[in-house]
Design a binder for this molecule. Structure first.
Ligand code: NAP
Ligand code: HSE
Length: 424
């Protein structure tokens, strides 16, 4: 099997190294050898692994026009030119393996239509959960179930940052730099920090789980950029940890999809998922709860999924391809209708009547308070942490809008985070 690789960064280099490292076992399992024939890069002058000597090009045409190359592996990232290259490869009857969640989540419908028409594979296991087998198990092993809920940690970079802040007391910027040095972060780490990367992965998983096309713009998304060391310490005092949680839920005729930070009780199955590990819990109506766990980012874990997909292009070349299964057309629920218990940290003036005023805004919006903590008095202002009972998100938004107008009482509303599994 002759393959062409688009991109030779963290993942591309891992793919080349893994094909070399495990070439014997791969050839025996596949009954065919896998050879990297050509590799596309942007900069011909960068130093590369000696494994690709004489194979590097900066022209896509050198790869796409090579008749011997039957599989194109797209690991360059970004929306363009990756989308154009994948579209062209499929149209020319070549199988495509990609780790690109942005392209799959935004343009999956079009690309799956082309792959079906041309009867070639479009495989994307590495696009969600790095090395964890999730896509094929969801599409194949759970295909007899109706899936009612998926919930997980789908971004390695933010999980690494939150874990370092929680366990080692590190600052946000220091932990982010480390994640970038290890090659976990996207080329623009805003995609990780603001939750966009997790939203793309959730869009892909929800489309598979609920058989309805979900795109990233439909996912209610909050990042971890407003989480401070104070929130992490308050969470600890309350017996919780903060995680970036992706959640998809099937309601009667709609689906709820969100990526938000959440306080999880320490005994929650996702609470102990640390560093760059990812995990996904799914609820099937026959299997019950299942959980997938493993390294969600990094060179070799991601290469593991990409190389397995390359091998899969041969196995499934006999009419057993995994085509798109989005046959439903469910609405996406308005995020305001979602229910949760919330943690709110705010700073207010430390003087009589202030708390009564704040509590009034919550009461007016039918929000009951489960817990209130006041401390850290600095220059006449106090930090107040409030945990609500389970309420509609829109009621909370209305209460907070009102509280933000209390300029004589409230300095700022610093953080709002969902609380999982309590105060129902
Ligand atoms: P990366 O380290 O930034 O590497 C990107 C590679 O693509 C580089 O070799 C770059 O060339 C090449 N490239 C980019 N734009 C190009 C263009 N216009 N023309 C030709 N070559 C171009 O990225 P990565 O971390 O390996 O990620 C690649 C993909 O895998 C992304 O879609 C990412 O989301 C996904 N992914 C990454 C991980 C991870 O842990 N890193 C895990 C799962 C999925 P130069 O070397 O010449 O700059
Ligand atoms: N930037 C991504 C992450 C890479 O941190 O999870 C894996 O998809």
């Amino acid at each position: 099997m002759q393959i062409g690789i688009l991109g030779l960064g963290t993942v591309g280099t891992g793919v080349v190294e893994l094909i070399e490292k495990n070439k014997n076992i791969i050839a025996k399992r596949l009954r065919e050898e896998v050879h990297v024939k050509k590799v596309l890069v942007r900069d011909l002058n960068k130093q590369r692994t000696p494994l690709v000597e004489g194979k590097i090009t900066d022209k896509f045409e050198d790869i796409i026009e090579d008749e011997e190359i039957s599989v194109i592996v797209e690991v360059m990232g970004g929306e363009e030119p990756a989308l154009t290259y994948i579209r062209e490869a499929l149209n020319r009857g070549k199988h495509v393996v990609t780790a690109n969640k942005e392209v799959v989540a935004k343009h999956g419908k079009e690309l799956f239509e082309i792959s079906a028409k041309k009867d070639v594979n479009l495989l994307f296991e590495a696009s969600v959960g790095g090395g964890i087998p999730i896509i094929r198990p969801m599409k194949q092993c759970l295909s007899a179930n109706e899936i009612t809920k998926i919930m997980g940690i789908l971004n390695g970079t933010t999980n690494y940052i939150l874990s370092q802040m929680t366990e080692k007391g590190k600052g946000f910027d220091e932990a982010l730099k480390e994640a970038q040095m290890e090659g976990y972060a996207e080329s623009d780490p805003t995609d990780d920090i603001k939750g966009f990367d997790a939203a793309r992965k959730l869009a892909i998983l929800s489309s598979i789980a609920f058989n309805t096309r979900i795109t990233p713009d439909q996912v209610y998304t909050e990042g971890i950029d407003s989480i401070s060391q104070s929130d992490i310490q308050y969470a600890k005092e309350m017996g919780h940890v903060i995680k970036l949680i992706a959640m998809g839920k099937k309601h009667e005729n709609s689906v709820e999809v969100s990526v938000t930070p959440a306080l999880l009780p320490k005994d929650h199955p996702l609470a102990s998922v640390g560093d760059t590990f990812n995990a996904l819990m799914a609820e099937g109506n026959a299997v019950g709860p299942v959980m997938f766990y493993g390294l969600g980012a990094g060179k070799m874990p991601t290469a593991s999924a990409v190389v397995a997909d390359i091998m899969e292009t041969k196995r499934s070349n006999n009419g057993s391809k995994l085509y798109c299964t989005c046959f439903n057309h469910f609405d996406v629920m308005d995020p305001g209708q979602s229910h949760a218990s919330f943690y709110i940290r705010l700073r207010a003036f430390d003087k009589p009547g202030v708390f009564a005023k704040i509590a009034g805004a919550f009461g007016k919006n039918q929000i009951s308070l489960a817990q209130v903590i006041q401390k850290n008095i600095i220059n006449g202002t106090a930090e107040i942490v409030i945990v609500t009972y389970d309420v509609p998100f829109k009621n909370l938004q209305e209460a907070l809008c009102e509280i933000k107008t209390y300029k004589e009482q409230v300095v700022e509303v610093s953080t709002v985070i969902r609380v999982e599994g309590e105060h129902k």
